[in-house]
Design a protein around this ligand. Structure first.
Ligand SMILES: [Zn+2]
Length: 162
């Protein structure tokens, strides 16, 4: 067995191999793996959190995670699935309007022995090719656009609290 200190030095892939969910580990250890996401966070409450990804496949690439650990949608309660689908739809509309992309693609990964339920929203811009390759576009570095971030936050907050 590893000590807490040793586990804190592991990569996400190493934690998965040890049967530990990196997402839950990160949350329980104050962002030890993925760092401070305050410049990416869109919305969070007791059930879900929603933020821009640190290594986006397009500008505006966002994801929605359940707070509780479920492997995927099939294990989560329908009330939570419903919230995540509805929030995805509103976030798609917001990303299209605020980022000016043509469409937003949705996928949910479920691989690995310890996947943590989340959906990804990947924008496609008018100058990009259509098709399923949009799900595997090369990843880039997140650059915070504070005006767009604030606009998305306001929109999602109003939706979630409305
Ligand atoms: Zn988890």
């Amino acid at each position: 067995m590893y000590t807490e200190e040793e586990l804190l030095l592991k990569t996400p892939a190493e934690l998965v191999d040890l049967g530990i969910c990196p997402t839950c580990f990160n949350r329980e250890h104050g962002g030890s793996l993925y760092g401070d996401i305050s410049d990416k966070l869109i919305f969070a409450d007791s059930e879900l959190e929603c933020f821009f990804v640190g290594n986006p496949r397009a500008e505006g690439h966002a994801c929605i995670f359940s707070v509780e650990h479920y492997h995927d949608m099939s294990e989560a309660p329908d009330s939570l699935n419903e919230r995540i689908v509805r929030l995805s739809a509103e976030l798609m509309r917001a990303i299209r309007e605020i980022y000016g992309c043509e469409r937003v693609y949705l996928c949910t990964m479920c691989d690995g022995p310890n996947n943590h339920y989340h959906v990804q929203l990947i924008p496609r811009y008018s100058y990009e090719t259509r098709g399923s390759k949009n799900f595997v576009k090369p990843r880039g570095e997140y650059v915070c656009d504070i005006e767009k971030l604030e606009a998305i936050r306001k929109r999602i907050r109003e939706y979630a609290e409305g």
